[in-house]
Ligand binder design. Structure first.
Ligand code: DGJ
Length: 785
């Protein structure tokens, strides 16, 4: 809800939060409050919260003689500009034709609208209810420039989105050096900024940085939102935990270079900005043109990060993800990449597909290597016709075979790229981002097509449309494997080269928009060398994203847990792959690989033909189990239930059905501690008053886990790693422990928790002992009675 008090104070309220600002007599917008819901907002609140300014503050700048108490350097604002005494990082930076960089934007009008603008050039949130769109128009006092600040209030999800637009009403051409999407000024410091940084196969490492003085910047300059730094960040009061504390979550609906910056000024105030990264950005704004900044997403929780995450999850599920697949259960897929990489043929693929069908796979995905002359990563990107050596009967035939087997058919593409070794490059060398007559720096032997050009986007739309119509394609994995270097578009004049990064993203969105509208039934999955473009911009078009090329469950537990701070489980996929794992060579059980991947959109990515009969049976049971509970896992309320951050050895999660009738619990041991037999699992999010049964999902243990210890229990001697041991292990399986309670209240499960069966500590083993050693995991099922 948006309310106005005396046409001066604006209160934006969601179910549990209030956001407040006022128009100062000078015309500046003073930010007053963003926190727990205020039951009432009157002009008294505004008076109480407003900064008290009575006289000049040291050697700060006085805004004007008419407003002697306005000093912009230390006033919490909705928007900071260069040049009038506000020396913090600016929200907007404009260079006028005469070279001046000073801007002076003051309030002109406010409008409350019923709707949000439809998608124009940039994707954004949708499905806004009621009169929940506020537009504040500010006017520059020196030039005919209008700055619009847009606020969208999503009441049910406790989210407020902001975006901004600069409109050039003048006859002069101005240069925009930056236009941010949101600014949040907090009156104190000592917050903790949480960011998620990484690299290929090492996405989403969490960092907590104290904001005490100076600037802390999280940004990307890869041309993508990047695995180097995800645009989702949190700003929390010190000592915030999953359950307690005041915290803000911020994200950006953008897939290019982004920037999140927190600055503590000399007055101990915290100034936060988020938007397109100003580094390498410059936009020439001609008379009567508009520049639009992407939307930023903000939420607040005074009950710690769990609630913050629930807000973000609900918002993304309802107001970002769209189309036919929005709430459809996502199919369990098998991806050919880690099974065969580039070395496959029709026969190999079909035999894999038959096995996939037998174990219950619903979607067979043919990954890289099916087109042109692609036998490795040095050639053929751009040549989107079938590799007839590998698939002699063509793609249509192959897709139909998969359909005949009773599975959907999916295909990998990387439309934004071209290899120099390709027909496309030979025909259109000028279609790439490259500096003419200059050596080009390659990434994975490939170059980016120049998506700033409309003719290139038109070409890709045609080629991809033809491809998608040429075979029965139900799913597309859209990959993007290099970052941008040599950022130059020969089609743009010199003064516009600062626009290349952003124009590339606009071209990409245009292409994604055209193709997803044309092929609404196709399930698209985003990917960029794993999670190098995991962001809300992509999610406006594609309902799911491949989270990381790292499929090691121990690494994945951390990666998935950290994505979960800002993103729901329904948007990231995870695959059970081979052991030893291809990225880490770590060995883990099939159970652990499944248990981790089940807390995401489940898939498999390994050669099923290499699995034993027992292992295939286990996979079949896993998939059957997942299908039974996937609605909860994909659409339920997800909680991280382990509080320890440092020196932790375990992960613990709970995913609860929206109606609280059922929940799935998960625990994972990383490295076992000696003689630590007692572990407690505590659920979250249950109905405290309901009664639930509790049990672990049953499993069997392999006798080989005991190595030569087994000899102390049996009359014969079995040599470890011998054939006899292998054969014995096929026939003799140990039943895992059973943790079972017929009826416990939700309150007991959440507050007391379950003291689980004792863990193996080297002093005995029987059916009441839990083998919970290195890399072991458990799934628990709680069902309301
Ligand atoms: C990178 C992706 O993340 C992988 O899953 C795989 O599709 C390869 N590219 C194929 O080249």
């Amino acid at each position: 809800m948006i309310t106005t008090i005396n046409e001066r104070v604006y209160a934006l309220s969601t179910k549990t939060t209030t956001y407040l600002f006022e128009v100062l007599p000078s015309g500046h917008l003073e930010h007053l409050y963003y926190g727990p819901l205020l039951p009432q907002v009157t002009s008294d609140e505004a008076l109480a919260f407003a900064q008290k300014r009575a006289c000049e503050c040291g050697n700060t700048i006085i805004y004007s003689d008419d407003d002697p108490d306005v000093m912009l350097e230390n006033t919490p604002l909705e928007m900071s500009a260069e040049g009038k005494g506000d020396i913090r990082e600016p929200f907007i930076e404009v260079i006028h034709e005469n070279g001046s960089r000073t801007s002076d934007f003051l309030f002109q009008k406010a409008e409350i609208l019923a709707k949000k603008d439809p998608y124009d050039t940039l994707p954004g949130s949708y499905g806004l209810a009621g009169n929940n769109h506020l537009v504040i128009t500010l006017k520059d006092q020196q030039a005919d420039l209008r700055l619009e600040l847009h606020y969208y209030v999503y009441e049910d999800e406790d989210v407020i989105c902001r975006s901004s637009r600069l409109i050039n009403d003048s006859d002069e051409t101005v240069t925009l050096n930056r236009l941010m999407s949101t600014q949040l000024d907090l009156t104190n410091n000592d917050y903790v900024m949480t960011s998620f940084t990484g690299s290929w196969s090492n996405e989403m490492n969490r960092h907590d940085t104290s904001l005490l003085a100076g600037k802390h910047e999280i940004s990307s300059f890869t041309g993508t939102s990047s695995s180097r730094a995800n645009p989702f960040v949190m700003i929390s009061e010190k000592n915030t935990s999953e359950d307690y504390g005041s915290c803000y979550g911020m994200n950006l609906i953008y897939s290019g270079n982004h920037y999140e910056m927190a600055e503590v000024n000399a007055y101990g105030q915290t100034h936060f900005l988020s938007g397109i990264n100003p580094r390498g950005f410059q936009w020439v704004l001609e008379p009567h043109e508009t520049f639009e900044a992407p939307e930023a997403v903000m939420t607040y929780s005074h009950e710690g990060w769990s609630v913050l995450s629930l807000h973000m999850h609900a918002f993304i599920r309802e107001h970002i993800v769209r189309g036919e697949w929005k709430h459809k259960p996502r199919p369990v897929l098998l991806n050919s990449w880690e099974a065969y990489y580039f070395q496959f043929n029709e026969h190999k693929l079909l035999s894999l597909a038959k096995k996939a069908k037998q174990v219950g796979i619903e979607l067979f995905v043919l990954d890289d290597g099916w087109f042109g002359h692609r036998d490795d990563d040095t050639s053929s990107l751009g040549d989107w016709f079938v590799n007839s050596k590998k698939l002699p009967h063509g793609l249509k035939y192959f897709g139909e075979k998969i359909h005949e087997l009773g599975m959907d058919f999916g295909l990998w593409i990387e439309p934004e790229m071209v290899n120099v070794k390709s027909t496309l490059y030979q025909e259109h060398p000028d279609w790439t981002l490259a500096i003419p007559h200059t050596p080009h720096s390659e990434g994975r032997h490939q170059r980016l097509l120049d998506l700033t050009r409309k003719d290139v986007v038109d070409h890709l739309e045609k080629v991809m449309s033809d491809l998608f119509s040429s075979a029965p394609i139900d799913y597309i994995k859209w990959d993007m494997n290099r970052i941008i270097s040599d950022a130059f578009s020969p089609s743009l004049e010199a003064s516009r080269q600062g626009e290349v990064f952003h124009r590339y993203v606009l071209g990409l969105y245009d292409l994604m928009h055209r193709l997803t509208v044309k092929f609404p039934h196709i399930l698209f999955e985003g990917c960029a060398a794993g999670g190098n473009r995991f962001d809300l911009g992509i999610l406006c078009f594609f309902p799911q994203i491949w989270a990381s090329d790292n499929t090691d469950p121990i690494c994945r537990a951390q990666i998935q847990e950290n994505y979960s701070y800002g993103y729901p489980l329904s948007v990231f996929s995870a695959h059970v792959s081979a052991s030893p794992n291809h990225q880490t060579l770590r060995q883990t059980s099939l159970k652990t690989r499944f248990d981790v991947a089940t807390f995401a959109i489940l898939g498999y990515e390994l050669n099923l033909n290499d699995l034993s009969k027992n292992a295939l049976e286990e996979v079949k049971q896993q998939i059957t189990w997942y299908k039974q509970y996937r609605t909860i896992l994909q659409e339920g309320h997800f909680y991280r239930t382990m509080q320890k951050q440092n020196d932790r050895q375990e992960y613990s999660w709970t995913c609860v059905a929206q109606d609280q009738s059922c929940a799935i619990g998960f625990t994972l041991q990383t490295l076992v501690h000696p003689h630590q037999p007692f572990h407690t699992y505590k659920a979250r999010g249950l109905d405290p008053m309901k009664c639930y049964s509790f049990q672990n999902v049953s499993h069997k243990e392999d006798i080989r886990r005991f190595g030569d210890l087994i000899n102390s229990q049996i009359p014969i001697h079995i040599k470890p790693d011998s054939l006899t041991q292998k054969v014995a292990s096929q026939f003799v399986k140990l039943e895992g422990e059973k943790d079972y309670y017929a009826s416990l209240s939700g309150a007991s499960l959440m507050y007391g928790g379950i003291c689980l069966k004792t863990s193996y500590t080297g002093t005995g083993y029987n059916e009441n002992v839990r083998l919970y050693q290195d890399f072991d995991s458990r799934l628990y099922l709680m069902k309301a009675l």
